[in-house]
Design a protein around this ligand. Sequence first.
Ligand code: MFK
Ligand code: FAD
Length: 510
Amino acid sequence: IGEFSQVSPSLTNPYTTDPLLDRAILSLLPKQYYHDVSGDLKRFGDRIVKEIDQLGRQAELEPPKLEHQDAWGNRVDKLIVSPAWYKLKEIAAEEGLISIGYDSKVDPKYRRIHQISKLYLFGPSSGLVSCPLAMTDGAAKTIKELKLDEKYDELKNAYDRLVSRNGKEAWTSGQWMTEKRGGSDVGSGCDTYATDIGNGKYLLNGYKWFSSAVDADICLTLARVINKDGNIISGSKGLSLFYLPIKNPKTMKLNGIQMVTLKDKLGTRQLPTAELLLDGVEAIKISDEGRGIPSVANMLNITRIHNAIASVSYMRRIISLARDYSTKRNVFGRKLSEWPLHLATLSKLEVECRAGLLFILEAGRLLGIQESGEATSTEILNLRLMTPVLKLYTGKKTIPLISEGLECFGGQGYIENTGLPSILRDAQVTPIWEGTTNVLSLDVLRVFSSKENVFGAFETHINNILKNQKSDKLLDKCTEKVRNALEFLKLLFVKISEDSKTSPLQVDRG
Ligand code: MFK
Ligand code: FAD
C-alpha cells in the first residue's frame, strides 16, 4: 500500500482558533463579563476537542433504533439511543447551554451572547443534541413569555428542569407541529383533536408526522379543541397550544403515545425523529383557545435562531478543517495553503462565515435587549424582522459553502470515515425544518404587512450602524452600497405596503 500516508486535518480549539469570535464578543460585552465568558469559551473549546467531538461522532455511528415489542409480545415502543447521545445531553446541561440564556444573576442584555457563542462552538460536535437544545430553549422561552410558570405548578417545575445545570435532572422538550397534510400550512393541516376532560386537562388524538428528539421529557404541541357541541373551528384560528409530559409521571409509561416508526433520513441520523400516534394523550391547554399559532411563535422564533447558529457553526467547522488541511496537503510541489487559487476559495468561504457569525450575534444582542425589558419598539421590530431573514439566509448559504468546503479535501471530502460527509448531510436540513425558505420569506412579508412602520425601524437600525462605522476607503465603499440597497428596499417596501392590504399569501400572488 506504499509508504505515504496523508496527515489528517485536526480539530483545534474552536474558540481560540476562530478568527472573529473573540473580537466580536469583546466588542459586545462589558469588560468583566467578557473575561468570564472568554475563559468559559476557551475551557469549553478544549473540552470539545478532548471529549465532545468523539461523542458526537459516536452518536452518528450508533443511530437510534425503535423496538416495538419485548420478547413476550408486549407493546413497549422502546427507543434505543447511543450512550453518547445521553452523555452529550448531560454535558449540554452541565455546560449551561440553555441555562446561561436564563441566568438571573447575569444582565439579560448579555447572557444570550454568551449562550450563542457556546452553542456555535458546540453545534458540529454535538451529535445533533443541538436539536433538542433548540426546542428546550424554545419551550423555556414560551413558558416565560406566557408567564405559564406563574399559572401552573407543573409548568414551573418543567421550566426549572429545562434550564437546569444538573445533567441527571435536566429535561429537554419536543415541538410537534408537523402533520401529514401540513408542515408549513399548520393551520389547515392539523388534524389533532383535543377533548376537554376538566380541570384544564385535555385528551389529544392525532398523528404527528415529524417528531424530533422523541426521547424528550415534555413537549409543546398544537391541537384543535372540540367544543361542547362537538364542533371544531378549522384553519389556524382553531388551534390551541398544549403542554404534555411524554411519559406519565406516575407509571413512567408513554403518555398515550405510540411511536409508530423512526424516520429514515438523509442526515441528522443521530437524532431520533419519529411518527407518533397520539391516542388519548393527557395534556394541559396553555394558550387561549384559537391562539395556538401566535403562542407557539415564541418557540419558533427561538428555534429559528438556533437553526441559524447551527448553520453558521457547520460553515465554521468545514472551513477550520479545510484551512488546517491546506497546511498539510502537498500538491504540485507546494502546500495547498501556498497556492493563491486555493486561498481565494477559502477566503470566499471565510467572508460568508464571518458575516453569518456577526448576524447570529446581532440576533443574540437584540434578543437580550428584548428580554431585559428595555427594548425600544424599533429594537423589538428589528428582532421580529431579522429572525426569519437570519434563519433563511444562513440555512440557504450553508449548503453550497459546505459543498465547496468538501471539495477542498478532494476525494477525501467524499469519504465517510473522514467524518466530513455527515456535515453536508446534517446541514441539508437547516433550510427545511423550522420553516422552509419560501415560508420564511412570507413571514417577512407578514411582518411588513402586520406591523406599523417596520421599514422605518429597519432603516433606523441600519443608519445607527452606519453612523458608528469608522471611515476608511473600503468601509466608505461598503457604506455607499448599503445606502443604495436601503433606497432600493424602501421602494420595495412601499410596493409591499400597497399590496399587503390583506395577507402575505396575497402579496406573494401579486
Ligand atoms: C440545530 C437547530 C435545530 C432546530 C430545531 C429543529 C427541531 C424542530 C424541527 C421543526 O421543524 S418544528 C416545526 C417547525 N414548523 C414551522 O416552522 C412551521 C412553518 N410554518 C409557518 O411558519 C407558518 O407561517 C405558521 C404556521 C407559523 C403560520 O401560518 P398561518 O396559519 O398562515 O398564520 P397566520 O394566520 O398568518 O398567523 C397567525 C398568528 O400568528 C398571527 O398573529 P395574530 O393572530 O395576532 O394576527 C401572526 O402574526 C402570528 N405569527 C405567525 N408567525 C409568527 C407569528 N408571530 C410571531 N412570530 C412568528 N414567527
Ligand atoms: P410542505 O409544507 O408541503 O412544503 C413543500 C414545499 O412547498 C416547500 O418547498 C415549501 O417551501 C413550499 N411552500 C409551502 N408553502 C408555500 C407558499 N405559501 N408559497 C411558496 N412555497 C410554499 N416538524 C415538527 O413539528 N417537529 C419536529 O420535531 C420536526 N422534526 C423534523 C426533522 C427533520 C429531519 C425534518 C426533515 C423535518 C422535521 N419537521 C419537524 C418537519 C418540518 O418542520 C417540515 O418538514 C417543514 O416545516 C416543511 O413542511 P412540509 O414537510 O409539510 O412541506
